[in-house]
Design a protein around this ligand. Sequence first.
Ligand SMILES: [Zn+2]
Length: 237
Amino acid sequence: MENLEEQIKLLVELQGLDTHIFKLEDAMEAIPASINKMEEAFKEKSINLKKLEDETKALQLKRKEKEGELEGKEGTIKKYQSQLYQVKTNKEYSALQEEIGRVKADNSLIEEDIIKIFDQVDVVNKKIAKEKELLKQEEANLATDKAKRNEEAGQIKKELDGLKAQRDNLAAKIDKKILLRYERIVKNKDGLAVVPVANDSCQGCFRVMPPQVINEIRMKKDLVICENCARILYIEE
Ligand SMILES: [Zn+2]
């Protein structure tokens, strides 16, 4: 292989670019997921408001029930009162009076309940107003965070475009066969195809390399591949 030394230098440079590119691509891919997560978290926060609104609805329903009950009992009292004019005996009269008194007592209890419900609705409505204020703030935060992430994506995209153009230029200088080999290893080895040997060991898999292999790398006659992890080896000058 002619000028292998130069080819290896180019490969090392290519690996550096690719490592950077892969990192940026990962960061880019993570952005939609992180925006999704923010939106989910926001939805989670609005559950509280929904609960409070349901609570008010339930209280209003209860109030209407009580008011209906009260109306019914008022009708009963009126009926009894008109019956007072028709009774024949004192005993019947006082029994009816007693009954009227009982229903009136019931009614004042129901009225108290209704007032309590009004108070409860007040409390819940205040909580709702507070929650809405909070959510408004959260919504504004969400919009800001989303805009930030999108801006970040734009910047990453710009940087990636630059790096890829740089990569194309570099790849054009590399021998086609060597480049193909490199691409294949990058694909199979998690994006890392070219690794240095340091302290006598492959920095891809950390297996110790025999002196003979290290000699071969130094001779720069042919590409030397780690027998253990199949990556291209070089020695940093
Ligand atoms: Zn290795």
